[in-house]
Design a protein around this ligand. Structure first.
Ligand SMILES: Nc1ncnc2c1ncn2[C@@H]1O[C@H](COP(=O)(O)OP(=O)(O)OP(=O)(O)O)[C@@H](O)[C@H]1O
Ligand SMILES: [Mg+2]
Length: 282
């Protein structure tokens, strides 16, 4: 079966810019993956996400080469409105995505635009609100919600379109640590029930526990693709200004010192390895 996302030799230069924002990027995403896209500021994360639903090159003009296919559709030959049904984008600023008088209307907005029957719209609204667990917010005006609640409502308003992939651009950027963690937990849950997730985030510690794969970028190039363990312990990201989650930083150091980590999955496991070594030496 063809991958859900296929990016082939993608390069992009914004109109008037001298440097490439994306340079010969290649990767694929299969259905069911949870992909963390990370990299320093200006490395091209948002540009790459914009290419997932055709905003690049249809809305942001420039020199585009290579090929992006999402759900089998070549984005260059498709309209942004059609691509929005395949690739649903959530931004950092939820207020820009919530435009109605109450949450329910915002969640109904996408299905209404698709021209669906009333009962199907209601089905989708009920389903999305329940998936995201915001029944209590259903009749509230978006401006009365906290940032974390708004972002969950924004996720519900995208899920109701039933996109093939949920794409999020630093969705926790404006959230406090607790709301950010709660949003990530929600994304992890949605993924475990089948939603494919692609999320750009530089706070890797926040997202890594949920990610099945990490894509790391620098200066428009894709530097690494692999499991969080592979990417964060490879050393490729050192000194780039990319946050290495503490667990992997310590694991990398212990491996350097010749300690076998035997499938350690968290900091507690690492402590056991160190304590075992200490006992041996005592
Ligand atoms: N609308 C635009 N017009 C011209 N250049 C742009 C535009 N948006 C981004 N760029 C440039 O493209 C490059 C990649 O930017 P992009 O926003 O994709 O990076 P990013 O990894 O998302 O950064 P951040 O972590 O700060 O969000 C940068 O050099 C940036 O200045
Ligand atoms: Mg960005």
């Amino acid at each position: 079966m063809a991958p859900l996302v296929s990016v082939r030799n993608l390069s992009f230069r914004y109109s008037g810019a001298s440097a490439l924002a994306l340079s010969a990027v290649n990767f694929e995403i299969e259905s069911g993956e949870f992909v963390l896209l990370t990299g320093p500021s200006g490395s091209g994360k948002s540009t790459l996400l914009r290419a997932m639903n055709g905003l690049v090159p249809h809305f942001y003009g420039g020199d585009f080469s290579g090929e992006v296919r999402v759900g089998g559709v070549n984005t260059e030959n498709s309209e942004v409105s059609k691509l929005a049904e395949i690739s649903g984008l959530v931004f950092s600023d939820p207020e820009s995505q919530l435009v109605s008088l109450d949450v329910e209307s915002d969640v109904a907005f996408g299905p209404q635009n698709l021209g669906l029957e009333k009962c199907e719209i209601l089905n989708r609204v009920n389903e999305s609100i329940s998936q995201v667990g915001i029944e209590n917010l259903r009749h509230k005006p978006p401006h009365e919600l906290s940032g974390g609640e708004q972002q969950k409502a924004a996720v519900a308003s995208i899920l109701s379109i039933r996109p093939k992939i949920l794409v999020l651009d630093e969705p926790a950027a404006n959230l406090d640590p607790l709301s950010a963690a709660s949003l990530m937990e929600l994304l992890g849950e949605l993924n475990s029930k089948g939603t494919t997730v692609l999320i750009a985030e530089h706070r890797t510690t926040l997202v890594a526990p949920y990610a099945s794969r990490v894509l790391a970028m620098d200066s428009g190039r894709l530097l690494a693709s692999g499991t969080p363990r592979e990417v964060f312990t490879s050393g490729v990201l050192n000194n780039l200004g990319i946050e290495i989650p503490a667990f992997y930083a310590i694991a990398q150091e212990l491996t350097h010192r010749g300690l076998a980590l035997d499938g350690a999955r968290n900091i507690q496991d690492l402590l056991k390895v160190v304590e075992g070594r200490k006992r041996k030496n005592d």
